[in-house]
Design a protein around this ligand. Structure first.
Ligand SMILES: *[C@@H]1O[C@H](CO)[C@@H](O)[C@H](O)[C@H]1NC(C)=O
Ligand SMILES: *[C@@H]1O[C@H](CO)[C@@H](O)[C@H](O)[C@H]1NC(C)=O
Ligand SMILES: *[C@@H]1O[C@H](CO)[C@@H](O)[C@H](O)[C@H]1NC(C)=O
Length: 486
């Protein structure tokens, strides 16, 4: 298809497709991301941080918490803080490609600017890097301090950060400090024995596995004084909200995709300071789970998690992050609910995103893929929280939901889509709260709320025990038969 179209255009030299989405500036038709080494999620981590046109890497400006930790991030190479009206903090998913998040959000900002309401240099993009211990080389390390890269069962040492203390790694597997995550670690990481990591020689924050997505403390640096990923976001958000630095800034958008969206949902639940809530927009796209604030779940609770499905990170039971428990102002559940409902939250998910990041008992009670998880959360769960609208499908006024057509679990496509541009850059642009003018459509548009039948199809289809195996076998049979017939 693609070949023949371009051949026709080249041969006839007639601009017959100039009206197509491909001609809209800054609307990519494929992933514009950069992947050093060629793998989108290298199992052994990133060994370099690529240089990106228009952005620079900053590893010292954002001091986090009361220790000496910093949050490494990509940010516009040049911007004049006095002119900035909006900042977007674009948070990567599990694969930690901060540079790509900067690229995508920059493209979305540039297209938003073609609507005519503002110039690109009135906004700034920050893309934090939640490094993990796999990413040696992307962070500098001491080549002389390691354990000979042997797999180890414990990594407790004398001088440790509190996140590191008592942490036990199951033999041969990477794991997260949270018991709730161990299933995940085995599933997704189990194939890769993780050596005892070398010691970082930098103050940038580094986490274990996917623990950053739930607000966990950083594993390094040793003198982080218990700071975790919620503290890191506090530092980033407060950096922009500071009027002495950004005197014209109206809104900061905390935007996360996938595991970054999990972090954003939990941050919107727990961020301590409420005084600037009218200037913060939480942008949550395609998470594999939410932190549920009540005991009910949209889908049946499997027998293996009957007593634990509500443990953090999936609910408020169990052990909450230190960011929450250390506070002397710890909130009751009803206070957490009204705080969450009081915040401005935009939700997005691709209409084709039926995949799940993790297929296990507790998240499965929230839905079986990213699409139905988002549907249940925004159609049933949030509307029926105490103090919410009380009407299925009706979110509070300060929330909105955008389903994105023709899109799977694709960060680049969501961020640069029409609804991505709208929610990141146009919504509430003006000082009076009205929106900026929309640019020409880039071709990837908002779709209808899926029918409950479509959603039930996802939930039922994948739920039956052995359902996937059966489906695969039937698919294989069909393929075989088709092959025979042809
Ligand atoms: C930044 O913008 C302000 C206000 O427009 C201007 O006065 C100042 O000169 C600019 N600074 C730089 C370094 O361009
Ligand atoms: C942080 O920046 C310093 C100075 O530019 C550099 O030497 C160091 O390697 C950087 N660390 C990371 C993790 O990028
Ligand atoms: C949370 O724990 C309490 C007390 O153990 C229990 O009664 C409740 O059902 C749990 N809730 C969830 C959602 O797991």
């Amino acid at each position: 298809m693609r070949i023949s179209t371009s051949t026709i255009v080249a041969t006839l030299a007639i601009p017959i497709i100039t009206a197509s989405s491909k001609s809209v500036p800054f609307a990519p038709s494929s992933d514009p991301g950069v992947y050093p080494g060629g793998d989108q999620n290298p199992p052994s981590g990133w060994s370099t941080l690529p240089d990106i046109d228009g952005a620079r890497i900053d590893n010292s400006t954002l001091r986090v918490g009361s220790g000496s930790a910093t949050l490494l991030h990509y940010i516009d190479a040049n911007y004049n803080a006095s002119n900035i009206k909006r900042a977007v903090i674009q948070i990567h998913g599990e694969n930690r490609d901060a540079w790509n998040q900067w690229i995508y959000s920059d493209l979305a900002a540039k297209r938003a600017a073609t609507g005519g309401s503002f110039d690109r240099d009135e906004v700034v993009v920050m893309a934090p890097m939640f490094l993990t211990t796999l990413d040696e080389g992307a962070y500098p390390f001491d080549p002389n301090q390691d354990s000979g890269n042997k797999v180890t069962t414990t990594i407790d040492t004398g001088a440790t950060s509190s996140a590191r203390q008592g942490y036990v790694q199951p033999t041969g597997f990477a794991a997260s400090p949270s018991p709730a995550l161990e299933g995940r670690s085995f599933k997704r990481r189990g194939k890769y024995p993780v050596p005892l990591q070398k010691v970082s020689t930098t103050q940038v924050m580094i986490w274990k596995a996917i623990a950053w997505g739930e607000g966990a403390e950083a594993y390094e640096p040793v003198d982080a004084d218990g700071a975790g990923s919620f503290d890191a976001l506090d530092a980033a958000v407060d950096f922009f909200l500071d009027k002495t630095r950004f005197p014209q800034l109206r809104n900061v958008v905390v935007a996360g995709f996938s595991l970054g969206a999990q972090l954003t949902n939990r941050y919107a639940t727990f961020r301590e300071d409420t005084s600037e809530d009218d200037r913060i927009i939480y942008w949550i796209s395609s998470p594999n789970s939410f932190v549920y604030l009540q005991a009910n779940r949209p889908l049946p609770i499997g027998s293996s998690c009957r007593d634990t499905y509500g443990d953090y990170k999936y609910g408020l039971n169990g052990t909450l992050p230190r960011y929450v428990t250390r506070s002397d102002k710890q909130l009751s559940t009803s206070n957490l609910i009204s705080r969450y409902l009081g915040r401005t939250v935009y939700y997005l998910v691709g209409l084709r995103d039926k995949s799940a990041g993790l297929d296990s008992c507790a998240p499965n009670s929230q839905g079986l893929g990213h699409l139905d998880k988002m549907y249940y959360w925004t159609e049933q769960i949030v509307p029926n929280l105490p103090g919410s609208t009380g009407v299925d499908g009706q979110l509070p006024d300060n929330n909105l939901m955008r389903y994105v057509e023709d899109t799977g679990h694709q960060d680049w496509k969501i961020i640069t889509s029409d609804p991505g541009v709208e929610t990141l850059w146009l919504k509430q642009w003006n000082a009076d709260g009205t929106d900026a003018n929309a640019p020409q459509s880039g071709g990837t548009v908002a779709g209808q709320t899926p029918s409950s039948k479509t959603i039930a199809g996802i939930s039922n289809g994948a739920r039956a025990v052995g359902g996937k195996g059966t489906a695969m076998i039937s698919a294989a049979l069909v393929a075989l038969l088709v092959g025979l017939v042809l």
